[in-house]
Ligand binder design. Structure first.
Ligand SMILES: *Cc1c(COP(=O)(O)O)cnc(C)c1O
Length: 418
């Protein structure tokens, strides 16, 4: 469920007409519903309330400071994957003891900043990385918590680019190597290797791959008598983009809670998409409708530079007219909704049925709250649009749209070229 709905043919975010926002904010822009965001966080929180896990929102899914602050204020921790995300997490006022840090390529300065901030633990992904964290911890004279990321080698049935728990993926370590690490904990005197982590992929629609992976990890810990305090089970819960029928937070909890309870470990969850995905949309304007003998294209003012998921993952996002134009012929027409970027792969939706919309009409791309703005770019030298959040009957521009000046910030032309 989300708070983007039609009332009398007008599209609303909570109680505010999207078209009214578009009168004040130039398109394209991302629009977030605070209520939807917090509702989804609370769904997970209440589904797992019997074990009181630490819920660390995955910052890479949506790193808007307003989004992070909203979640942190409601008690969330954060799952970060870079020094930049750490920087944003600090500004959002997160409790350091609610921050976990994953990723295969942490740099030394990023590691040191995280140690200084006092994060709960690192999710380490290789032996060389452990060595690096050990050195940094020794230098800073700190005892540093580390969880080892396990690659449980299961097939999560999702797009190949967002599957991370298969044996050939770059993420995590195989059981044998993890075992070796736990047997040589003495090699890392400054580290407290106190947990295991897994994150098997994203947009996973049912519990089976999770239960399989959790079982594998728990059996592994038991078989080798590995003593840990934390089990971070990652994120990956799928959401509805079109006709999916994903597990709810409740049914997900029901399938895995017995396993988790029996383990007696402190549990950490890292949901991203589940919390932020349906709490954001991309609002864009129709520029032209172009009819060719083969196809009709609705050309809008945003594209793969704003929302790359369709181009990158062939992801489906529902596209709806923000106000159904009065002069539209009632019959919808099959169209491709495409952006202005000079790439054939630049589309937001293919073979969609939409009524004719004259230039200037607004459309909303649904389910754009996760991996939307965070994956945007300036390709084709297009400034990024604003991010806007509706909070209790008011809307706030939480990130100003970029200007042409922003496009050249930091650039210089060497004197020899003048
Ligand atoms: C991306 C990521 C997540 C969040 O994934 P979702 O599918 O958005 O829930 C969680 N943990 C780690 C380590 C990640 O890299």
């Amino acid at each position: 469920m989300h708070e983007f709905t039609f009332k009398n043919n007008e599209f609303y975010c909570e109680n505010i007409k999207v078209s009214d926002i578009a009168k004040k904010v130039p398109t394209p822009f991302y629009l977030y519903s605070y209520k939807t965001l917090i509702d989804h966080y609370k769904k997970i929180k209440s589904a797992f309330s019997s074990i009181k896990p630490l819920i660390c929102f995955s910052v890479k899914s949506n790193s808007s400071l307003a989004v992070l602050r909203a979640l942190v204020k409601n008690g969330a921790g954060l799952d970060i994957v870079s020094g930049g995300e750490l920087y944003k997490a600090k500004i959002a006022g997160v409790d350091p003891k609610k921050v976990v840090y994953a990723g295969v390529g942490k740099k030394r300065d990023e590691i040191e900043s995280a140690i200084k901030f006092g994060i709960l633990f690192f999710d380490a992904e290789s032996e060389e990385e452990l060595g690096q964290i050990e050195k940094a911890a020794a230098k800073l004279k700190k005892k540093v918590n580390v969880a080892i990321r396990i690659n449980p080698d299961i097939i999560p049935k999702t797009h190949k680019y967002i599957a991370t728990g298969k044996g050939e993926s770059k993420f995590g370590l195989d059981f044998e190597t993890v075992h070796k690490i736990f047997n040589s904990r003495w090699k890392y005197p400054s580290l407290n290797i106190c947990g295991v982590q897994m994150h098997i992929g994203s947009q996973i629609l049912d519990a089976a791959p999770f239960t399989e992976a959790i079982k594998k990890v728990l059996e592994f810990l038991k078989e080798y008598k590995i003593d840990v305090e934390y089990f971070n089970i990652g994120g990956g819960l799928g959401i509805v983009y079109s006709i999916e029928n994903p597990q709810t937070a409740k049914s997900f909890a029901k399938s895995i809670l017995p396993l988790l309870k029996r383990s007696g470990l402190k549990i950490i969850l890292e949901p991203g998409r589940f919390v932020s995905g349906n709490s954001g949309i991309l609002v864009t304007k129709v520029l032209y409708t172009k009819r060719t003998p083969r196809k009709t294209f609705v050309i809008v003012d945003s594209g793969m530079s704003d929302l790359i998921r369709p181009s990158l993952y062939e992801a489906y996002h529902k596209i709806v007219p923000v106000s159904v134009p009065r002069d539209s012929s009632a019959t919808a027409e099959k169209v491709d909704v495409v952006g202005p970027i000079c790439e054939s792969g630049d589309f937001l939706g293919k073979d969609r049925y939409l009524p004719y919309m004259r230039p200037g009409s607004l459309v909303a791309v649904m389910g754009a709250g996760a991996y939307g703005f965070t994956m945007s770019s300036n390709y084709n030298s297009r400034p990024r649009g604003s991010e806007v959040m509706v909070i209790r009957n008011k809307f706030y521009v939480v990130r100003k749209g970029e200007t042409y000046k922003d496009l050249v910030r930091g650039e210089t032309i060497p004197k020899v070229l003048k």
